[in-house]
Design a protein around this ligand. Structure first.
Ligand code: C5P
Length: 407
Protein backbone atom coordinates (compact mmCIF):
# COMPACT_ATOMS: atom_id res chain seq x y z
CA UNK A 1 0.00 0.00 0.00
CA UNK A 2 3.05 2.21 0.11
CA UNK A 3 3.76 5.25 2.20
CA UNK A 4 1.38 7.80 0.66
CA UNK A 5 0.17 10.28 3.31
CA UNK A 6 2.36 8.71 5.99
CA UNK A 7 4.23 11.04 8.33
CA UNK A 8 7.90 10.11 8.18
CA UNK A 9 10.55 11.53 10.48
CA UNK A 10 13.87 11.11 8.73
CA UNK A 11 16.66 11.08 11.32
CA UNK A 12 20.07 11.85 9.86
CA UNK A 13 23.19 11.09 11.89
CA UNK A 14 26.84 11.92 11.16
CA UNK A 15 28.18 9.47 8.58
CA UNK A 16 29.32 9.84 4.98
CA UNK A 17 26.15 8.06 3.75
CA UNK A 18 24.26 11.19 4.87
CA UNK A 19 24.78 12.50 1.34
CA UNK A 20 22.17 9.92 0.24
CA UNK A 21 19.64 11.17 2.81
CA UNK A 22 18.72 14.10 0.56
CA UNK A 23 17.78 11.72 -2.24
CA UNK A 24 15.90 9.56 0.26
CA UNK A 25 13.86 12.55 1.49
CA UNK A 26 13.05 13.54 -2.09
CA UNK A 27 11.91 10.03 -3.02
CA UNK A 28 9.81 9.69 0.13
CA UNK A 29 7.95 12.85 -0.85
CA UNK A 30 7.62 11.68 -4.44
CA UNK A 31 5.73 8.66 -3.08
CA UNK A 32 3.33 10.94 -1.20
CA UNK A 33 4.88 10.81 2.29
CA UNK A 34 5.16 13.90 4.47
CA UNK A 35 8.72 14.25 5.67
CA UNK A 36 10.26 16.10 8.62
CA UNK A 37 14.02 15.91 9.03
CA UNK A 38 15.79 15.71 12.38
CA UNK A 39 19.58 16.00 12.18
CA UNK A 40 22.24 15.41 14.81
CA UNK A 41 25.00 17.98 15.22
CA UNK A 42 27.52 15.73 13.43
CA UNK A 43 25.16 15.10 10.49
CA UNK A 44 25.57 18.80 9.65
CA UNK A 45 29.26 18.13 8.91
CA UNK A 46 28.25 15.85 6.03
CA UNK A 47 25.15 17.50 4.58
CA UNK A 48 23.75 20.96 5.21
CA UNK A 49 20.42 21.56 6.96
CA UNK A 50 19.59 23.88 4.05
CA UNK A 51 19.80 20.98 1.58
CA UNK A 52 17.60 18.82 3.79
CA UNK A 53 15.15 21.70 4.23
CA UNK A 54 14.91 22.17 0.46
CA UNK A 55 14.29 18.49 -0.30
CA UNK A 56 11.87 17.89 2.59
CA UNK A 57 10.00 21.16 2.14
CA UNK A 58 10.21 22.00 5.87
CA UNK A 59 12.75 23.49 8.27
CA UNK A 60 15.11 20.93 9.77
CA UNK A 61 14.88 20.16 13.48
CA UNK A 62 18.09 19.72 15.45
CA UNK A 63 17.89 21.46 18.84
CA UNK A 64 16.41 19.89 21.92
CA UNK A 65 16.95 22.81 24.23
CA UNK A 66 16.22 25.72 21.89
CA UNK A 67 13.08 27.34 23.37
CA UNK A 68 12.09 28.83 20.00
CA UNK A 69 12.30 25.48 18.20
CA UNK A 70 10.46 23.69 21.03
CA UNK A 71 7.71 26.32 20.92
CA UNK A 72 7.11 25.41 17.23
CA UNK A 73 7.22 21.64 16.87
CA UNK A 74 9.02 20.31 19.94
CA UNK A 75 10.20 16.77 20.60
CA UNK A 76 6.82 15.62 21.95
CA UNK A 77 4.88 17.06 18.99
CA UNK A 78 7.35 15.46 16.58
CA UNK A 79 7.07 12.16 18.47
CA UNK A 80 3.25 12.25 18.20
CA UNK A 81 3.27 13.48 14.61
CA UNK A 82 5.27 10.49 13.33
CA UNK A 83 3.81 7.38 11.74
CA UNK A 84 7.35 6.06 11.45
CA UNK A 85 10.87 7.23 12.31
CA UNK A 86 13.58 6.22 9.86
CA UNK A 87 17.18 6.82 10.95
CA UNK A 88 19.27 6.87 7.77
CA UNK A 89 22.17 6.74 8.09
CA UNK A 90 22.39 5.31 11.61
CA UNK A 91 26.00 5.48 12.82
CA UNK A 92 27.58 3.07 15.33
CA UNK A 93 27.47 5.87 17.89
CA UNK A 94 23.75 6.53 17.35
CA UNK A 95 22.93 2.80 17.47
CA UNK A 96 24.81 2.50 20.75
CA UNK A 97 23.05 5.49 22.34
CA UNK A 98 19.66 4.37 21.06
CA UNK A 99 20.15 0.79 22.28
CA UNK A 100 20.97 2.06 25.78
CA UNK A 101 18.10 4.56 25.91
CA UNK A 102 20.33 7.63 26.13
CA UNK A 103 18.41 10.85 25.42
CA UNK A 104 20.94 13.65 25.13
CA UNK A 105 19.87 15.30 21.89
CA UNK A 106 16.67 15.86 19.91
CA UNK A 107 16.85 12.67 17.84
CA UNK A 108 17.53 10.24 20.71
CA UNK A 109 14.94 12.00 22.89
CA UNK A 110 12.17 11.81 20.32
CA UNK A 111 13.03 8.13 19.74
CA UNK A 112 12.24 7.52 23.42
CA UNK A 113 9.11 9.64 23.29
CA UNK A 114 7.46 8.23 20.18
CA UNK A 115 5.08 5.28 19.92
CA UNK A 116 5.75 5.03 16.19
CA UNK A 117 7.98 2.24 14.89
CA UNK A 118 11.64 3.26 14.53
CA UNK A 119 13.64 1.72 11.69
CA UNK A 120 17.41 1.96 11.44
CA UNK A 121 19.56 1.97 8.32
CA UNK A 122 23.06 1.30 9.69
CA UNK A 123 25.98 2.77 7.75
CA UNK A 124 29.59 2.52 8.93
CA UNK A 125 33.02 1.05 8.30
CA UNK A 126 32.84 -2.76 8.12
CA UNK A 127 35.12 -3.26 11.16
CA UNK A 128 32.89 -0.97 13.19
CA UNK A 129 29.81 -2.92 12.10
CA UNK A 130 31.41 -6.26 12.98
CA UNK A 131 32.78 -5.04 16.29
CA UNK A 132 31.20 -7.06 19.14
CA UNK A 133 30.10 -3.83 20.82
CA UNK A 134 28.02 -2.85 17.77
CA UNK A 135 26.74 -6.40 17.31
CA UNK A 136 25.69 -6.51 20.99
CA UNK A 137 23.73 -3.29 20.48
CA UNK A 138 22.11 -4.69 17.33
CA UNK A 139 21.15 -7.83 19.29
CA UNK A 140 19.48 -5.61 21.94
CA UNK A 141 17.53 -3.80 19.21
CA UNK A 142 16.59 -7.04 17.44
CA UNK A 143 15.27 -8.31 20.75
CA UNK A 144 13.21 -5.17 21.13
CA UNK A 145 11.76 -5.75 17.65
CA UNK A 146 13.40 -2.68 16.11
CA UNK A 147 13.56 -3.15 12.32
CA UNK A 148 17.16 -2.98 11.07
CA UNK A 149 17.27 -2.29 7.33
CA UNK A 150 20.65 -3.46 5.98
CA UNK A 151 23.50 -2.81 5.94
CA UNK A 152 24.53 -3.91 2.45
CA UNK A 153 27.87 -5.53 1.69
CA UNK A 154 30.23 -3.86 -0.77
CA UNK A 155 32.79 -1.11 -1.37
CA UNK A 156 33.01 1.48 1.35
CA UNK A 157 33.91 5.19 1.32
CA UNK A 158 36.96 4.36 3.48
CA UNK A 159 38.34 2.07 0.75
CA UNK A 160 37.48 -1.20 2.50
CA UNK A 161 34.99 -3.83 1.35
CA UNK A 162 32.45 -5.57 3.57
CA UNK A 163 29.16 -5.11 5.44
CA UNK A 164 28.34 -1.53 6.42
CA UNK A 165 27.00 0.24 3.32
CA UNK A 166 23.67 2.01 3.78
CA UNK A 167 20.88 0.47 1.70
CA UNK A 168 19.84 2.49 -1.35
CA UNK A 169 16.91 4.91 -0.87
CA UNK A 170 14.50 2.74 -2.91
CA UNK A 171 15.31 -0.29 -0.76
CA UNK A 172 14.79 1.74 2.41
CA UNK A 173 11.42 3.02 1.20
CA UNK A 174 10.35 -0.53 0.41
CA UNK A 175 11.44 -1.64 3.90
CA UNK A 176 9.54 1.20 5.58
CA UNK A 177 6.38 0.54 3.52
CA UNK A 178 6.36 -3.07 4.72
CA UNK A 179 6.25 -1.91 8.36
CA UNK A 180 2.68 -0.76 7.78
CA UNK A 181 1.59 -4.13 6.43
CA UNK A 182 1.47 -6.27 9.57
CA UNK A 183 -0.62 -9.09 8.05
CA UNK A 184 -2.35 -9.34 11.46
CA UNK A 185 -5.79 -9.54 9.81
CA UNK A 186 -4.80 -11.52 6.71
CA UNK A 187 -7.83 -13.45 5.41
CA UNK A 188 -10.30 -11.63 7.72
CA UNK A 189 -13.48 -9.87 6.61
CA UNK A 190 -13.83 -6.62 8.49
CA UNK A 191 -16.80 -4.26 8.41
CA UNK A 192 -16.50 -0.71 9.73
CA UNK A 193 -19.26 1.89 10.11
CA UNK A 194 -18.23 5.54 10.04
CA UNK A 195 -19.47 9.11 9.88
CA UNK A 196 -22.82 10.51 10.97
CA UNK A 197 -26.28 9.47 9.83
CA UNK A 198 -28.82 11.86 8.34
CA UNK A 199 -32.46 11.53 9.40
CA UNK A 200 -34.59 13.55 7.00
CA UNK A 201 -37.30 15.90 8.34
CA UNK A 202 -38.15 17.12 4.84
CA UNK A 203 -36.19 17.22 1.54
CA UNK A 204 -33.85 19.98 2.83
CA UNK A 205 -33.66 19.47 6.58
CA UNK A 206 -32.56 16.68 8.81
CA UNK A 207 -31.27 15.51 12.18
CA UNK A 208 -27.67 14.49 12.34
CA UNK A 209 -24.73 13.97 14.70
CA UNK A 210 -21.39 15.68 14.98
CA UNK A 211 -18.89 13.36 13.24
CA UNK A 212 -16.21 13.98 10.60
CA UNK A 213 -15.76 10.26 9.93
CA UNK A 214 -11.97 10.61 10.32
CA UNK A 215 -11.59 7.96 13.04
CA UNK A 216 -13.76 5.41 11.22
CA UNK A 217 -11.93 5.96 7.93
CA UNK A 218 -8.57 5.64 9.72
CA UNK A 219 -9.75 2.34 11.27
CA UNK A 220 -10.87 1.02 7.86
CA UNK A 221 -7.53 2.04 6.34
CA UNK A 222 -5.55 0.38 9.15
CA UNK A 223 -7.57 -2.84 8.81
CA UNK A 224 -6.84 -2.95 5.07
CA UNK A 225 -3.14 -2.38 5.75
CA UNK A 226 -3.25 -5.29 8.18
CA UNK A 227 -4.37 -7.49 5.27
CA UNK A 228 -8.16 -7.61 5.85
CA UNK A 229 -10.88 -7.34 3.20
CA UNK A 230 -12.70 -4.23 4.38
CA UNK A 231 -16.22 -2.94 3.83
CA UNK A 232 -16.78 0.62 5.04
CA UNK A 233 -20.43 1.50 5.54
CA UNK A 234 -20.32 5.26 5.67
CA UNK A 235 -22.73 8.07 6.39
CA UNK A 236 -22.19 11.41 4.61
CA UNK A 237 -18.58 12.66 4.96
CA UNK A 238 -16.16 14.71 2.88
CA UNK A 239 -13.45 12.05 3.08
CA UNK A 240 -11.82 9.96 0.37
CA UNK A 241 -12.26 6.20 0.51
CA UNK A 242 -8.98 4.64 1.74
CA UNK A 243 -7.14 2.38 -0.72
CA UNK A 244 -8.26 -1.29 -0.92
CA UNK A 245 -11.47 -0.51 1.00
CA UNK A 246 -15.00 -1.10 -0.41
CA UNK A 247 -17.28 1.74 0.56
CA UNK A 248 -21.05 1.54 0.79
CA UNK A 249 -22.55 5.03 1.15
CA UNK A 250 -25.72 5.45 3.19
CA UNK A 251 -27.68 8.34 4.68
CA UNK A 252 -30.00 7.18 7.45
CA UNK A 253 -29.52 4.81 10.39
CA UNK A 254 -32.05 2.43 8.84
CA UNK A 255 -30.05 2.35 5.59
CA UNK A 256 -26.87 1.75 7.60
CA UNK A 257 -28.59 -1.09 9.47
CA UNK A 258 -29.80 -2.68 6.21
CA UNK A 259 -26.36 -2.37 4.56
CA UNK A 260 -24.62 -3.91 7.59
CA UNK A 261 -27.11 -6.75 8.03
CA UNK A 262 -27.02 -7.71 4.36
CA UNK A 263 -23.33 -8.64 4.73
CA UNK A 264 -23.14 -9.78 8.34
CA UNK A 265 -22.94 -13.52 7.64
CA UNK A 266 -19.59 -12.99 5.84
CA UNK A 267 -18.18 -10.67 8.52
CA UNK A 268 -15.52 -11.74 11.04
CA UNK A 269 -14.94 -8.43 12.79
CA UNK A 270 -17.39 -5.51 13.10
CA UNK A 271 -16.09 -2.12 14.24
CA UNK A 272 -18.82 0.41 14.87
CA UNK A 273 -17.37 3.91 14.74
CA UNK A 274 -20.39 5.67 13.22
CA UNK A 275 -22.23 8.33 15.19
CA UNK A 276 -25.67 6.90 14.56
CA UNK A 277 -28.69 9.09 15.31
CA UNK A 278 -30.68 7.44 18.10
CA UNK A 279 -34.04 8.78 16.83
CA UNK A 280 -35.58 9.75 13.50
CA UNK A 281 -38.74 11.67 12.60
CA UNK A 282 -41.70 9.28 12.41
CA UNK A 283 -42.39 10.60 8.90
CA UNK A 284 -40.35 12.75 6.58
CA UNK A 285 -42.37 15.42 4.70
CA UNK A 286 -42.39 15.14 0.90
CA UNK A 287 -42.25 18.93 0.47
CA UNK A 288 -40.24 21.57 2.35
CA UNK A 289 -42.08 22.46 5.57
CA UNK A 290 -43.18 26.13 5.53
CA UNK A 291 -42.71 28.29 8.63
CA UNK A 292 -46.34 29.37 9.14
CA UNK A 293 -46.92 28.22 12.70
CA UNK A 294 -45.09 29.61 15.77
CA UNK A 295 -44.28 26.15 17.02
CA UNK A 296 -43.63 22.90 15.26
CA UNK A 297 -43.63 19.47 16.85
CA UNK A 298 -41.73 16.55 15.50
CA UNK A 299 -42.48 13.06 16.65
CA UNK A 300 -39.34 10.98 16.85
CA UNK A 301 -39.12 7.23 16.89
CA UNK A 302 -36.15 5.08 17.90
CA UNK A 303 -33.65 3.87 15.34
CA UNK A 304 -32.38 0.30 15.44
CA UNK A 305 -29.19 -0.15 17.47
CA UNK A 306 -26.92 -1.56 14.78
CA UNK A 307 -24.11 -2.58 17.12
CA UNK A 308 -26.39 -4.50 19.52
CA UNK A 309 -28.02 -6.27 16.58
CA UNK A 310 -24.62 -7.34 15.23
CA UNK A 311 -23.51 -8.51 18.70
CA UNK A 312 -26.25 -11.16 18.57
CA UNK A 313 -24.33 -12.81 15.73
CA UNK A 314 -21.86 -14.73 17.87
CA UNK A 315 -19.45 -15.52 15.02
CA UNK A 316 -18.59 -11.80 14.76
CA UNK A 317 -16.00 -10.11 17.02
CA UNK A 318 -17.77 -6.82 17.81
CA UNK A 319 -16.17 -3.52 18.72
CA UNK A 320 -18.13 -0.44 19.74
CA UNK A 321 -17.06 3.14 20.24
CA UNK A 322 -18.27 5.28 23.09
CA UNK A 323 -17.94 9.04 22.91
CA UNK A 324 -18.44 10.37 26.42
CA UNK A 325 -18.14 13.77 28.04
CA UNK A 326 -17.80 12.45 31.64
CA UNK A 327 -17.04 9.18 33.52
CA UNK A 328 -15.57 7.63 30.38
CA UNK A 329 -14.46 4.33 31.98
CA UNK A 330 -17.71 3.68 33.82
CA UNK A 331 -19.88 4.36 30.77
CA UNK A 332 -17.60 2.18 28.65
CA UNK A 333 -17.99 -0.76 31.08
CA UNK A 334 -21.77 -0.33 31.14
CA UNK A 335 -21.91 -0.20 27.34
CA UNK A 336 -19.77 -3.34 27.02
CA UNK A 337 -22.39 -5.27 28.99
CA UNK A 338 -25.59 -3.58 27.78
CA UNK A 339 -24.66 -3.98 24.10
CA UNK A 340 -23.12 -7.44 24.57
CA UNK A 341 -20.00 -6.54 22.59
CA UNK A 342 -16.44 -7.87 22.84
CA UNK A 343 -14.62 -4.55 23.14
CA UNK A 344 -15.44 -0.89 23.72
CA UNK A 345 -13.09 1.89 22.57
CA UNK A 346 -14.02 4.94 24.58
CA UNK A 347 -12.92 8.50 24.16
CA UNK A 348 -13.58 11.76 25.86
CA UNK A 349 -15.30 14.30 23.65
CA UNK A 350 -16.06 17.95 24.17
CA UNK A 351 -14.36 21.25 23.38
CA UNK A 352 -11.41 20.52 21.06
CA UNK A 353 -11.47 16.78 21.87
CA UNK A 354 -12.47 13.96 19.55
CA UNK A 355 -14.66 15.58 16.90
CA UNK A 356 -12.99 16.65 13.65
CA UNK A 357 -9.55 16.81 15.31
CA UNK A 358 -6.45 15.01 14.01
CA UNK A 359 -5.57 13.57 17.43
CA UNK A 360 -7.44 11.33 19.79
CA UNK A 361 -6.87 9.06 22.80
CA UNK A 362 -8.76 5.85 23.59
CA UNK A 363 -9.52 3.68 26.59
CA UNK A 364 -10.09 0.05 25.63
CA UNK A 365 -12.42 -1.93 27.87
CA UNK A 366 -13.19 -5.64 27.52
CA UNK A 367 -14.03 -8.43 29.96
CA UNK A 368 -10.35 -8.89 30.86
CA UNK A 369 -9.78 -5.27 31.92
CA UNK A 370 -8.78 -1.87 30.72
CA UNK A 371 -5.99 -0.45 28.58
CA UNK A 372 -5.20 3.15 27.57
CA UNK A 373 -4.00 4.09 24.12
CA UNK A 374 -2.45 7.52 24.75
CA UNK A 375 -3.00 10.60 22.60
CA UNK A 376 -1.77 10.18 19.03
CA UNK A 377 -2.83 10.97 15.48
CA UNK A 378 -6.01 9.13 14.50
CA UNK A 379 -4.11 7.17 11.82
CA UNK A 380 -1.58 5.90 14.36
CA UNK A 381 -4.25 5.23 16.99
CA UNK A 382 -6.25 3.25 14.45
CA UNK A 383 -3.24 1.01 13.74
CA UNK A 384 -2.78 0.37 17.48
CA UNK A 385 -6.50 -0.40 17.79
CA UNK A 386 -6.34 -2.90 14.91
CA UNK A 387 -3.36 -4.66 16.57
CA UNK A 388 -5.27 -4.84 19.85
CA UNK A 389 -8.40 -6.20 18.13
CA UNK A 390 -6.43 -8.85 16.28
CA UNK A 391 -4.67 -10.01 19.50
CA UNK A 392 -7.87 -10.04 21.59
CA UNK A 393 -9.84 -11.87 18.91
CA UNK A 394 -7.11 -14.52 18.66
CA UNK A 395 -7.08 -14.87 22.47
CA UNK A 396 -10.87 -15.20 22.50
CA UNK A 397 -10.96 -17.92 19.84
CA UNK A 398 -8.09 -19.80 21.56
CA UNK A 399 -9.98 -19.81 24.89
CA UNK A 400 -13.20 -20.88 23.11
CA UNK A 401 -11.31 -23.75 21.43
CA UNK A 402 -9.89 -24.83 24.82
CA UNK A 403 -13.36 -24.79 26.42
CA UNK A 404 -14.83 -26.83 23.57
CA UNK A 405 -11.98 -29.37 23.79
CA UNK A 406 -12.64 -29.81 27.54
CA UNK A 407 -16.33 -30.61 27.00
O1 C5P B 1 -25.45 3.93 22.62
P1 C5P B 1 -24.33 4.75 22.09
O2 C5P B 1 -24.71 5.58 20.91
O3 C5P B 1 -23.63 5.57 23.10
O4 C5P B 1 -23.26 3.65 21.62
C1 C5P B 1 -22.19 3.95 20.80
C2 C5P B 1 -21.83 2.77 19.95
O5 C5P B 1 -22.99 2.14 19.42
C3 C5P B 1 -21.02 3.18 18.76
O6 C5P B 1 -20.13 2.14 18.44
C4 C5P B 1 -22.07 3.38 17.67
O7 C5P B 1 -21.51 3.24 16.39
C5 C5P B 1 -23.05 2.28 17.99
N1 C5P B 1 -24.46 2.57 17.65
C6 C5P B 1 -25.12 1.83 16.67
N2 C5P B 1 -26.43 2.06 16.38
C7 C5P B 1 -27.13 3.01 17.05
C8 C5P B 1 -26.48 3.76 18.05
C9 C5P B 1 -25.16 3.53 18.32
O8 C5P B 1 -24.48 0.98 16.05
N3 C5P B 1 -28.40 3.21 16.75
Amino acid sequence: MGIANKHVILGVTGGIAAYKSADLARRLREQGAEVRVVMTLNAGQFITPLTMQAVSGHPVHSDLLDPEAEAGMGHIELARWADVVLIAPATANFISRFARGIADDLLTTLCLATQAPIALAPAMNQQMWQNPATQDNIAILNNRGVPILGPAVGDQACGETGPGRMLEPVELIEGVSKLFESGALEGCNVMVTAGPTWEAIDPVRGITNHSSGKMGYAVAHAAAEAGARVILVSGPTALQTPPRVDRVSVLSAQQMYDAVMSKISDTDIFISVAAVADYRPRASADEKIKKHADTLSLELIKNPDILSAVAEHKHVYTVGFAAETTNVEQHAREKLISKGVDLIAANKVGAGKGFGTEDNALILVDRTGLKSLPQARKARLARCLIDEISQRRNAKSTSQDTRQARR
